[in-house]
Design a protein around this ligand. Sequence first.
Ligand SMILES: Nc1nc2c(ncn2[C@@H]2O[C@H](COP(=O)(O)OP(=O)(O)OP(=O)(O)O)[C@@H](O)[C@H]2O)c(=O)[nH]1
Ligand SMILES: C[C@H](OP(=O)(O)O)C(=O)O
Length: 205
Amino acid sequence: MHVVVPFSADRPKTRLADELSAAERRDFSEAMLSDVLDALDGVDRALDVTVLATGPVDTAGDATVEIDDRPLTTAVNDRLDTAPTAVVMADLALATPEPLADLLDSEADLAIAAGLGGGTNAFLARDTAFRVDYHGASYRDHLEIAGEEDLSVREVDSRLLAVDIDEPADLAELLLHGEGAATDWLVDAGFELDVGGGRVEVVRY
Ligand SMILES: Nc1nc2c(ncn2[C@@H]2O[C@H](COP(=O)(O)OP(=O)(O)OP(=O)(O)O)[C@@H](O)[C@H]2O)c(=O)[nH]1
Ligand SMILES: C[C@H](OP(=O)(O)O)C(=O)O
């Protein structure tokens, strides 16, 4: 099965610009990508993984890298002419093989996992009629597109697939629950949880 992992290589994670420099955001993004690729590697299925990147990538492991600097929606739609194809975002740093296998085993025309805040963190399309329209409340839009195409849909309810690391508060999720390269990167960069005030916050020393 073909799995596409979109990766913004040139200007990643701009919403973390107050916390991380441009070079740090690039390194941190590569660490998250490596966690996602490890999780896919742990799925006991024959997967053909392509990192769909806007520029060169350092940490792609055994995955193929395809460079495509067109906007995300255009680049992904260009890969949906063959089915089944799965798309798994590169910032799902808590992803593990189990929920990914659950998504990839779905028989529905579209299996789809929501992201916190309305995005679409992963899907498997078994019908080439499905097309993406990312950004905004894309999860809602994708259900609508599936409805228009009369596709059967399975909504995959997974906390580990729902947490995409976009905003400063998401860093706490990684420090609380992460075990991979991205969590190690944060710890090495001096980030720690601060629960002293009765709230969970992230501080950098
Ligand atoms: N190939 C490709 N991947 C992208 C593009 N924009 C974002 N991505 C990837 O798509 C996933 C979701 O990205 P977003 O969270 O929307 O964007 P981001 O660039 O990571 O972060 P922000 O700049 O804060 O929006 C991540 O895996 C990104 O690396 C793009 O234009 N092309
Ligand atoms: C690409 C976008 O990601 P988000 O900005 O929600 O992380 C989406 O899922 O539509």
